[in-house]
Design a protein around this ligand. Structure first.
Ligand code: FAD
Length: 467
């Protein structure tokens, strides 16, 4: 059915916003920009979610599912389609104190989750931004300040309730729909609408957070010293080295960010001993370390004014000297590029590659680059400006789709090794054969063993290949 045939009076129990309604413009906008959907619905229950999905299917509308609205590609909105905005499904409920079992609504945001768990001295390993949604971050993996201590967000997920494309509400866990449960842990929003997630929270007391600003004379050398320190660091310590380019009014900068997350009551001496090597990597211009509640560590997100940020990333098995040199050259590239190198390993690396749909567990580092291009640059001109990235990309064996500012078959193949992709495509065929949930890093439904099923989208995925 085409759009003009939609009956605007057709009943939906959810709150519905259409063009012209007071709150519509806000509801059409997400972090990455704005869209013009035919309607935005805000369900308050699984039944209303199922009703919204059925509406989208009946009218053959493109369907966006939105949690925190921070998809870097703006997948949480669309033009002429349906947006299922889960903002009303944002409760955080402790189900079992002894097991630290927490149920989090599919539209909750991480700042609210951290605040709700704080009184229990608990935390959930997630991202580093308050406004990012639990839905998108979790389904893609979820890398944050406790990644080396407690792994990805998905590594602490024990169940999820999902409204599927045919309107069923199913529970996915190790015991029920285990194939779906596996796919939800890294396969993105391909399989249905997750109305809530069950996590096991971790005991987290005060964390020690800090930053050391270094003289950025030799970023490659700094990176290698940082790598040396992080290879010897305890799991409690996670860190990111950020290289900022020269920008109007600010010189280039090299900053080491760190977070030490011990058990509640852990000694300050242990934290200090772990952190110290990160404060001695070169000439320090400024350094601060303080003990804070984990809930205070997450920060708000801001768009840099007047620029469009294009994100690319790799998961690198080794932060080699060659990769460090390539990153240093990228830091000096004519197109301003901010580079953040996140340390992995620890608990992240101890999860077997096949256990979840996030397979690249051997990565030592996640290298994320944000190219800052003029906001009005035409799309066709963007790709040539990213040429300096290629030299870095060739050192990656994977990519983290949640940070990837493109959604090509090559990106999917980089994220999912062939066996992972084949399994995801089979789960997609079982739960969303009509590809209702397509506005995402899309996995095409395909039965196992069907033609072409053994290959990942472009055959990419061999160590050393580049994007
Ligand atoms: C400023 C900023 C900071 C970030 N920081 C981090 C970080 O520290 N660590 C990290 O790992 N990532 C981070 N990210 C990346 C982030 O994980 C992704 O952008 C993620 O998709 C955002 O989730 P969201 O729910 O806010 O986005 P949305 O746009 O709401 O959702 C993204 C996609 O996820 C799917 N989806 C969302 N909720 C559901 C649901 N309940 N059921 C089914 N499908 C759903 C949909 O396909 C949707 O298109 C950051 C992004 C930004 C913009």
């Amino acid at each position: 059915m085409s759009l003009h045939e939609i009956d605007p009076d057709e009943e939906l129990a959810s709150e519905v916003l259409r063009p012209g309604d007071d709150e519509y413009d806000d509801a059409a906008r997400v972090f990455a920009g704005t869209g013009r959907p035919a309607l935005v619905v805000r369900p308050r229950s699984p039944v209303e979610v199922a009703e919204a999905v059925a509406y989208g299917v009946r009218h053959e509308l493109p369907v966006s599912v939105r949690s925190g609205g921070h998809s870097v590609l703006g997948h949480g909105t669309n033009v002429d389609g349906l947006v299922i905005d889960l903002a009303r499904l944002d409760a955080v409920e402790v189900l079992d104190t002894d097991r630290r079992l927490v149920r989090v609504g599919g539209g909750a945001r991480w700042g609210a989750v951290a605040a709700a768990l704080d009184p229990y001295d608990w935390g959930l390993t997630s991202g580093d931004t308050t406004s990012v949604g639990v839905g998108g971050l979790t389904l893609g993996g979820g890398i944050g300040w406790m990644v080396r201590r407690h792994g990805l967000a998905v590594d602490n997920l024990v169940g999820a309730r999902v409204v599927t494309a045919d309107g069923r509400l199913v529970t996915a866990s190790a015991h029920e729909h285990p194939d779906l449960f596996w796919a939800l842990r890294g396969g993105g929003g391909n399989f249905g609408v997750v109305v809530d997630f069950d996590f096991v929270a971790q005991p987290v007391g005060g964390v020690h957070v800090g930053r050391a600003v270094y003289r950025p004379d030799d970023p490659a050398d700094l990176l290698l010293r940082w790598r040396y320190a992080m290879r010897r660091a305890p799991d409690e310590l996670s860190s990111t080295l950020v290289l900022m380019p020269e920008l109007p009014g600010s010189p280039p900068a090299a900053t080491v960010l760190l977070c030490y997350a011990g058990e509640p009551g852990a000694s300050v001496t242990e934290a200090d001993a772990a952190i110290e090597p990160l404060l001695e990597l070169g000439t320090v211009l400024e350094a601060t370390v303080a003990e804070r509640r984990y809930a205070e560590v997450l920060e708000d997100a801001h768009h840099p004014p007047g620029v469009r940020v294009i994100g690319r990333n790799i998961l690198a098995p080794t932060l080699s000297a060659d990769l460090a040199q390539a990153i240093a050259r990228l830091h000096r590239s004519p197109v301003p590029a901010a580079v953040a190198v996140r340390s992995l390993g620890g608990a992240f690396g101890r999860v077997p590659a096949q256990a979840t749909a996030f397979a690249h567990r051997d990565a030592e580092a996640l290298v994320v680059c944000g190219f800052m291009v003029p906001a009005d640059l035409a799309d066709a001109s963007v790709e040539p400006m990213l040429a300096p990235w290629r030299e870095v990309a060739m050192h990656g064996t994977g990519t983290y789709l949640n940070f990837q500012g493109s959604a090509t078959p090559e990106d999917l193949a980089a994220a999912y090794p062939p066996a992972t992709y084949e399994r995801l495509a089979a789960v997609k065929a079982a739960y969303d054969p009509g590809n209702v949930f397509a506005l995402n890093h899309n996995i095409e439904p395909r039965r196992r063993g069907s033609a072409g099923a053994s290959a990942s989208p472009s055959g990419w995925g061999r160590p050393g290949d580049a994007r």
